[in-house]
Design a protein. Sequence first.
Length: 212
Amino acid sequence: MEYVSSRFGQILFASWQHFSLVVQSLILATVLAVVIAALVYRSPALTAVANSVSATGLTIPGFALVGLLIPLFGFGVAPAVIVVVFFAVLPILRNAVVGLTGIDGAVIESARGVGLSRFQTFRRVELPMAWPVILAGVRVSAQMVMGIAAITAYALGPGLGGFIFTGLARLGGANALESVATGIIAVIILAVVLDLLLVGLGRLTIPRGIRV
């Protein structure tokens, strides 16, 4: 508590940076994933490719990806955003494809039968029906990248990872354990807060008729 109280302002600022990085990257990842899913879900071959990419992409070590991006983009925000967005896209893309392909064809035909264009059918019928599944992917992604965002501190990215790396670098020294624990606990708290916000978003955006 003494460690936290003496650095409360610094911890609060780092927490805000961490939360902002994750939320903004998550929004970008959701848009990218939905757009890609919209382009591929009507083709079984492209759907299979998207599912394979979303599965194999998760096997890439986040720390290694950060290291590979440093020579290309340098240190700072750029590699941090790229890494977080990359990993955030994968679960959302898989769920978006599953949600869109799982819609009953009769519903789509009915929408087209009343005069809706293909784009209108996607926007007004398919996307709202797939949204609960997509949002479930967003929640999984949010929890995953909250931890990955801490790794980007290796590239001097913003957030709470600095506390973790600083503590690990001088493990055994004064306040080393406190620094690591502060970073980890703060990340966990932010993950819980973000998940609660996403639950609230679901209640606001999922039509009551299809809400689980």
